[in-house]
Design a protein around this ligand. Sequence first.
Ligand code: G6P
Length: 614
Amino acid sequence: MCGIVGYVGEKSALDILLEGLTNLEYRGYDSAGIAVNVKGKVELYKAEGKLQNLKNITNENREHISQSVIGIGHIRWATHGAPTTANAHPHSCNCGRVAIVHNGIIENYKELRVKLEKQGCVFRSQTDTETVAHLVASKYAETNDLTEAVRLATKEIEGAYALAVIHQDVKNTIVATRRNAPLLVGIGENEYYVASDVPAIIKYTKKAMYLDDNQIVTLTPSSMKLIDTDNNELSQKYEELPWEPVALSKMGYKHFMLKEIHEQPDVVRNVLAGKLRAIDENIILKEVKLDKDTLKNLNRIQIVACGTSLHAAMVGKYLIEDLCDIAVDVEPSSEYIYRKTVGDKNTLVIGVSQSGETADTITAIRQAKARGSHILIVTNRPDSTMAREADSLIPVSAGIEVSVAATKSYIAQVISFYLLAIHIAEIKESANKSELETIKRELILLPQKLEKVLSHKEEIQLCAKKFANSKDFIFIARGINFPTALEGALKLKEISYINATGYTAGELKHGPIAMLDESMPVLSILMKGKVYDKILSNSEEAKARNARMIALTDSDDSKLNELFEVVIRLPEINETLSPVLAIVPLQLLAYYIAEFLGKDVDQPRNLAKSVTVE
Ligand code: G6P
C-alpha cells in the first residue's frame, strides 16, 4: 500500500508529482504529501484525507512551489499511526534537511526509534517511516554522502520498503531503494522519475528500469547510478513500458465501479480473443509452459490469492477438479505463508492477483518456488512483480481497474480459469470432448448474455432501494456458485459497510439459521443444475424463519414469486458457466445500495486497491 513518486529534471516538479499521486490514489487515500526544494531549502506540504486536500494547499502556494525542479510525493494507506497530517509523508529529521517517502513497513522501527531518541532525535509522528528519516540524516552527518547514507541505513532497517530520499545539501538528487515493495525509475531527457507503479509516470516516459530488491539508485537530471547494498556498481537494464497513457475517465458513468461493471461483456471478449478461436480448436495459452509430461506428473495444484482474487480462485478449483482430475487446494496467501505447506516440483502453484503486487501472494509464490514448484500467475498486470517472477503467465486483459472494489478483473480471472481448465483437460485428455465443446460454445455466448443482464439493471436498482437499510445480509449458494455468494457479500461489505456473509446453503441450518428473522434478507443464488432443488429447499427453510427472501435465478418457474419477495431473473445458462452471469447483479446490488446510502463507492473507507504490506 501507499504510493510514492519522485521527479528530478529541468521541469517544475509540482504538477508531475500531483499527477503521479492522482494515478496512484488506488494505493491509498488516507493522506498525501510532497517535498520540494525551493531556492535551496527543502519544504514539506502535507494534508490528511483525500489528495484533493493536498492539491488545495499546494494551489495556495502554487507559484512558489512550482520553482522546484525536484520533488518526492506520497499517498498513504495508514499502517503505523492514524491518518493525520503529522503522520503523512514525507517525513524529516531534526534539522529538516532530509525528506523521505516510504511504501512498506519498517519492522524494527521501535528499536531504531529508542536508539535514535537516545542520540537526540525528536520524533514528530507515530510512523515507522520517520525512523528512516532520522537514520539517513545521522548517516549523512557521518559520511557527507547521501547514497552512502541511504546504503548504510538499509543495513539497519528490517522489513519491506520502497524509499525515495532527498537532502537539502545534495542539490538535485534523489536516492531511491527497495526491498519487497515495487519501485521503478522512469527515464526522460535530462530527467528521471521514480514511482511505485507505471500509471504515475507513463504520461512522461515509456522507458523505465525496474529496481530489484536491495538495489540503490542515485538520480540527478543528467545521471543515474545503480549499486547494490555492498556498494558494487550494477549495470542498468531498461525496458519499454507496455502501456499507452490512458485518460482515466468515467465515460459518463457516475462512478468508475459502474463503468467497470458495464465493461464486462467486452472484457470477456478480450480475454477470449486469440485464446478461444473456435469450438473445435484447442485453447491457446502461449505463456502457459506446462507440457503433457509435467501435467501427467502433477500431484496437486495449490492456488493462492487474496480478496476478490481468492473467490475467482475458488471457481477455478471447481473447474479444474471437474475437468482435469487434479486435486486443487485454494488458500488465502496470508495463511499459506505461515504454515508448513506440502508440495514439490510436481505441485503447480497458481497465484491470482489483479495487481500482481499483493505482498502476501508474492511471499506465497516465492516460498513455493523455493521448494521447486512451477509458478503460474493469473494477473491483470503483466508488468508486475508476480508476472516477472512467474514460470508461466496468464495475462487477464481486463484493462486498468480504478474502482477499489474489483469487478471486471474478477470476471477476467474467472474466464481465465475456464481457459486454463479446458487447456489442461485438452492436454491431459481428462474430459469428454463434447463437454469441453459445450463450455466453449457457452463462453462465446457469454458477452451477449452479460449485456442482457446489464440492460435490466433498473430491476436491481429497485431491489437495492428496498433493502438498503438492512443491517445484515446473507447470501446462499451451493457448488460452483458458492464463491459467487462470497464475492457478492464481499462487494456489499466493501462499499456499503453492511455486514454481509456468504454461506453454502447446506450450512445455513448448522448455525447461521439462528440469526434469521423478519429483518434479515437472504439472497439465494438459484441457478438451474445439480443443486437447484437443494438450494430451493434451503430457501424454504429460511423463509419458514421469516427471512426476507431474494432469488437470483435463471429459472422461469413462476412459483418462485410465492417464496421470494424479489426474483432477479437471468438468461438461461449452463451451470458450469453460471458464476460469470450470477456475479453481475450482485455487483450492481452492492453498487446501488452504496450509492443510495451515499457512500464513497470508488474509494471505500479503510481499503486500498493494492495491498503491498503483509
Ligand atoms: C485488496 C483490494 C481487493 C483485492 C485484494 C487482492 O484488498 O481491496 O479488492 O481483491 O486486495 O488484490 P490483488 O491485486 O492481489 O487481486
